[in-house]
Design a protein around this ligand. Sequence first.
Ligand SMILES: NC(=O)C1=CN([C@@H]2O[C@H](COP(=O)(O)OP(=O)(O)OC[C@H]3O[C@@H](n4cnc5c(N)ncnc54)[C@H](O)[C@@H]3O)[C@@H](O)[C@H]2O)C=CC1
Ligand SMILES: O=C(O)C(=O)COP(=O)(O)O
Length: 387
Amino acid sequence: MFKIQTLNNISEKGLELLPKDTYEISNDCANPDGILVRSAKMHGMEFPPSLKAVARAGAGVNNIPIDECSEKGIVVFNTPGANANGVKELVLTGLFLSSRKIVEGIQWTKSLKGKGDEVPKLVEKGKGEFAGPEILGKKLGVIGLGAIGVLVANAANALGMDVQGYDPYMSIDAAWGLSRDVHRAISLDSMLAECDYITIHVPLLDETKNMLNKEKFALMKKGVRILNFSRGELVNNTDLIEAIKAGIVASYVTDFPSDELIDVENIITIPHLGASTPESEDNCAVMAVEQLRNYLEHGNIKNSVNFPDCEMARTTNYRTVVAHRNIRNMVGQITTILAHADINIMDMMNKSKKDWAYTIIDSDKKVEEDIVAKIRAIDGVVSVRTL
Ligand SMILES: NC(=O)C1=CN([C@@H]2O[C@H](COP(=O)(O)OP(=O)(O)OC[C@H]3O[C@@H](n4cnc5c(N)ncnc54)[C@H](O)[C@@H]3O)[C@@H](O)[C@H]2O)C=CC1
Ligand SMILES: O=C(O)C(=O)COP(=O)(O)O
């Protein structure tokens, strides 16, 4: 029986893929084999030795202590692209909200309640306060051309915007999906200086924290409109508020409210709704559960953020999987232990990703617990399982 702990509400569409006879699901369980999570913060959590994997039903993994998980041999998955359309649609909404003073206009209209037959006249008299520009022909800069950035760039291009993108690490898959009409920015700074609208779609990392700060606001066009549906910490809020007061930033729309941003003129705060659609919630849950099951039951890794993709069709009934550091002679030591135990390898796969590596071995006989213990004792090995 595998125990799965859910730290957030996970769509039933995903949970129902966990067979009841082999999986126990609860939001409060002592020794889980796997955790399913959305945005719950996992930093500071105690990870029991039973924990083998964490599956984030979503894209951003800044709520998970990745390095600690790697050191403990816990494989962390996310669900690339599964909620990208949900976010794209809200970003497009954000583009219009940033331009047309829709939120402010709706707020003001509410103040007319009780004015009776006067309302239509008052509307026509007051509406001039809420005029705003069209997006057609305007320049949009997209920072980060991954699953979401590409969809946003293509959709904005289809709406008639002049779109450029900046992503020094763009994947080949993402490049295939990008419209040929989206231009490649020469540099981030040149893009920031040219654009009327800027939208940010990068993960929150040490390198991207405060990516939009005083220095960057100083480069921007007066009246620029900025959208942040990625993470609040990508933008320095103190510098942003100064840039708004100085008239550089005309509008900031974010999916990540924080106290200093709420109710500030020209800032629109949305309560992290990017992926809150039934479609995105289902897609993410299904993908997270499928990946988690494939790992727990077969040791296959797909879409992990800390260990390499490593998937092999089963050739025998005896599978051993080893998570280890990406250092030399790991495979040599593991296979020597198996050879000394008179175990023959029928098929194997070894893959690496940055500092970490993973090995799958299908053998002709069962690898008994004493042999597992020897493999576990190799310096650099962080987890061993037989399946
Ligand atoms: N508001 C919401 O509900 C949601 C927010 N998000 C946020 O959006 C982020 C992006 O999501 P996806 O597009 O699905 O991820 P992704 O991994 O497909 O794309 C991220 C892109 O950012 C690029 N990148 C990384 N560092 C960069 C840098 N310094 N400069 C320029 N580009 C850089 C990468 O090369 C990659 O192409 C997530 O990490 C998450 O924080 C994601 C889903 C929902
Ligand atoms: O996928 C992401 O990175 C998100 O920000 C979505 O978060 P959520 O699953 O809606 O709590």
